[in-house]
Design a protein around this ligand. Structure first.
Ligand SMILES: [Zn+2]
Ligand SMILES: [Zn+2]
Ligand SMILES: [Zn+2]
Length: 345
């Protein structure tokens, strides 16, 4: 019997067993019946704004232009196309007093969870998820991510801003209305920090961005999925999740804050292409995605922002949780082939 392959991530010290002999095809993961979030009044639907905290940002469309507004006091703006507000149960909250000390002491193991935790409602239409959204609406989502990123990154106690999306009850979305979340943290999370350190080492040794190098190689590999003028999607070499894929800007940028108007449009387009394919292939599976980016000017030459998408098709159990080694039953080559076919049958 041939052995399974052990694969190491491009940058992280993380190993994955590609256990394809279990013989599962990607479509075997499509569920006929899915647990649904409970129905009732949706607090994210238009008309129910009073059920959520005041918006820190809302986009209102007027005369073909977007007006950016905030809710003040008891007033809630209506007629929005995007609405962003603090999470009702925030994991991170801003300091109350200017004098609050926010630096985490070197070697310390206790600090207040200073930061922000926001919900970004992606559309007034309950079911307008990226797989089905119009391109103009997805462009609003991209713009709103960037607006919040600028604002949150400017806070003195914020070191990182995580923009992520949970889709489906099994992936942690307790409400089914199309939305993302944004959490600003007082330190750079471990996975991003490891990527930063590994990419800095590569740059010092080879004088090249490791991500630009990966993009060049994966565009020609069996893990390639799709591309447009500005973005490329591929299944990563050591995918920890079945059907995992990553989306990269082709142009070298450490932060999405430097994206051009045309690149925003092409990001919206590749999101739609990839999520439509995932939905049609696997009957709208649960998934999580998260951006990896840098807010540190010093990383400009070697870090390259990207979006990582993790379909939730497998359960990480005792082995994965206790060792940090993952067993993936769909090879990234298989995943990419299925997604390519779903994009252009
Ligand atoms: Zn809704
Ligand atoms: Zn690069
Ligand atoms: Zn990453």
């Amino acid at each position: 019997m041939p052995h399974n392959e052990l694969r190491k991530d491009y940058l992280l010290d993380r190993w994955v067993v590609i256990a394809t002999e279990r013989g599962r095809r990607p479509t075997d993961f499509a569920k006929k019946e899915k647990p649904q979030a409970k129905v009732g009044v949706c607090p994210f639907c238009p008309g129910n704004e009073h059920l959520t905290p005041p918006a820190v940002l809302a986009y209102i469309e007027a005369g073909g232009k977007i007006e950016k507004v905030k809710d003040e006091d008891g007033f809630r703006h209506k007629g929005w196309v995007i609405r962003c507000f603090p999470n009702l149960y925030p994991a991170f909250t801003p300091p109350q007093e200017k004098a609050d000390k926010w630096e985490i002491a070197e070697g310390g193991d206790l600090a207040p969870a200073f930061g922000h935790h926001e919900v970004l409602v992606e559309s007034p239409n309950h079911d307008e998820h990226p797989s089905d959204a119009s391109i103009p609406q997805l462009l609003h989502v991209v713009n709103a991510y960037l607006d919040r990123l600028v604002e949150l990154a400017s806070k003195p106690y914020v070191r990182y801003v995580s923009i992520f999306r949970n889709h489906g009850l099994e992936a942690g979305a307790s409400l089914s209305h199309a939305h993302s979340q944004i959490i600003a943290t007082p330190f750079v999370p471990k996975i991003v920090e490891e990527e930063l350190q590994a990419s800095e080492r590569f740059w010092l040794e080879k004088g090249e961005c490791i991500f630009c190098n990966i993009i060049k190689r994966e565009r020609e590999s069996p893990r390639f999925i799709t591309e447009n003028q500005d973005f490329v999607a591929f299944a990563p070499w050591a995918s920890a999740n079945p059907m995992e894929f990553w989306i990269f800007p082709k142009r070298h940028m450490h932060t999405p804050l430097e994206i051009t108007e045309n690149e925003k449009l092409n990001l919206a387009k590749i999101l739609k292409t990839c999520f439509s394919a995932l939905k049609s292939l696997l009957n709208d599976p649960p998934y999580n995605y998260g951006f990896h980016l840098s807010l540190d000017e010093k990383t400009r030459q070697y870090y390259h922002w990207h979006l990582e998408v993790y379909p939730k098709l497998a359960i990480w159990a005792g082995f994965e949780k206790s060792t940090g080694i993952y067993i993936n039953t769909v090879s990234p080559e298989n995943a990419a082939e299925s997604l390519r076919k779903a994009i252009s049958p």
